[in-house]
Design a binder for this molecule. Structure first.
Ligand code: SF4
Length: 74
């Protein structure tokens, strides 16, 4: 089976907003989001392949500001 991997992109404005960063950290069931000490969002790269494509992060943020991409290895 061809490998699939996930890339998550978050707009800089959202990543810099501690309230939204907290919301994302709370909703993701596999802890792909975390917060820095100053409240900024941090993507937990090593958890990206655990993404279950639930889209909770997409719904938690303003439309279009969080994107979950499915990438396939050729
Ligand atoms: S789609 Fe679900 S599992 Fe994937 S990053 Fe968003 S909240 Fe986490």
């Amino acid at each position: 089976m061809a490998g699939m991997f996930i890339d998550v992109e978050v707009d800089a404005k959202v990543a810099a907003d501690p309230a939204l960063a907290r919301k994302l950290t709370d909703v993701c069931p596999v802890n792909i989001f975390a917060q820095e000490k100053d409240g900024r969002l941090r993507l937990v790269e090593e958890n990206l392949d655990e993404c279950v494509l639930c889209e909770l992060c997409i719904k938690a943020a303003p439309p279009g500001t969080v994107r979950v991409r499915k990438l396939y290895e050729s």
